[in-house]
Design a protein around this ligand. Structure first.
Ligand code: CA
Length: 341
């Protein structure tokens, strides 16, 4: 009998412990104030902040940058905050106090901060602040939207960590409403690009398929604007598509061969000539993508395609890509540079 009671108590303790979460802040924009909600030990603590505490309007950045001397890139972080910090510190993108130390360099996150792991907001707020620091020093952080950012924006919850299910219940909101247009992070996300060009390198989460280029004349600025503008309609577009209605627009920008879902460079039987013809059409020499996981940063087709999803999502290891003087390097977790070839 005593043994039985002990087991019940232990199981109860474990379940109770699992359900106790801390998360946030989520900051909601109201007419004359900001409402900050933080979850501590499963209790929601609300606080009113002055509207001047945060920017509430985020301008879209331009999509092309030239003469940049050093670039770092990473992708598919998926809530692995600790690994991200270790990787950035060991490669001197940030210092011990998490401050920007990459000078005038550009740091590109090629999509997918959201989903899978349980430290998504920690990463979002860290990047939010790093972006300002970088800019003040003549550098830049570019957070590009991947398929998981768009999935959150249209409330596809298949990959969220169970913690966020608890958060949204505690806040009495749908998960996508935590990043709605009336939130600080939500507005910030809606200003982000999906594709950018730095020097002769294009960065985008999945890749550029032939089907995508042939749809319309390739113009990075226009593509970003189109994708940003379609966010309010995404749920509806997706619903129609799921009901079986054909929708060329949705398929092109959010389907399997779109910038955010494409895996062709890794999976299709493509030749060097195929890749060269894509590069010619988009006026670039290299395309840097995430989305398709490998054990490390890899190059394909003689450095024309670089894959930077180094399986950080598993929580054990990860790498950065560093581009300096037109040379491409893997930057390992312990801070070693190894040239790609
Ligand atoms: Ca992805």
């Amino acid at each position: 009998m005593k043994k039985y009671l002990l087991i019940v108590l232990l199981v109860g303790f474990c379940i109770g412990k699992e359900q106790t979460i801390s998360d946030g802040p989520y900051i909601f924009i109201e007419k004359n104030e900001l409402i900050e909600k933080i979850i501590i030990n499963s209790r929601v603590i609300s606080k009113s902040l002055k509207t001047s505490s945060y920017d509430t309007i985020y301008q879209a950045e331009k999509s092309t940058f030239n003469k940049i001397k050093k670039i770092a890139a990473i992708s598919d972080i998926h809530g692995q905050y600790d690994l991200l910090i270790e990787l950035l510190q060991n490669n001197r993108i940030i210092d011990k106090s998490l401050n920007w130390s990459f000078g005038k360099g550009h740091f590109v996150i090629v999509g997918d901060i959201f989903d899978r792991g349980d430290k998504v907001n920690e990463i979002l707020w860290f990047i939010y602040e790093l972006e300002v620091q970088a800019k003040n020093q003549g550098g830049r952080v570019h957070y590009l939207l991947g398929n998981h950012e768009y999935m959150v924006l249209y409330n596809d919850l298949r990959y969220i960590h169970e913690k966020y299910d608890v958060s949204s219940k505690l806040l009495n909101l749908e998960y996508d409403e935590l990043y709605g247009d009336n939130t600080i992070i939500g507005r910030w996300l809606r200003s982000k690009s999906t594709i950018i060009k730095i020097n002769d390198n294009i960065f985008t989460h999945g890749g550029i398929s032939k089907d995508f280029i042939t749809y319309k004349n390739f113009n990075i600025e226009k593509i970003n604007n189109t994708m940003r503008r379609s966010i309010p309609r995404l749920k509806e577009l997706r619903k129609l598509r799921k009901e079986g209605q054909s929708n060329n627009f949705y398929d092109m920008y959010f389907g399997n061969k779109s910038l955010i879902w494409y895996r062709g460079y890794f999976e299709e039987d493509m030749t060097d000539t195929d890749i060269l013809s894509i590069l010619q059409l988009v006026d670039a020499n290299h395309i840097v993508v995430g989305h398709t996981s490998n054990e490390k940063v890899i190059q394909l087709y003689n450095n024309k395609i670089i894959g930077v999803d180094s399986s950080i999502k598993k929580g054990n290891y990860g790498e950065l890509l560093i581009i300096k003087s037109d040379r491409f390097f893997r930057a390992t977790l312990n801070g070693k540079l190894i040239e790609l070839n």
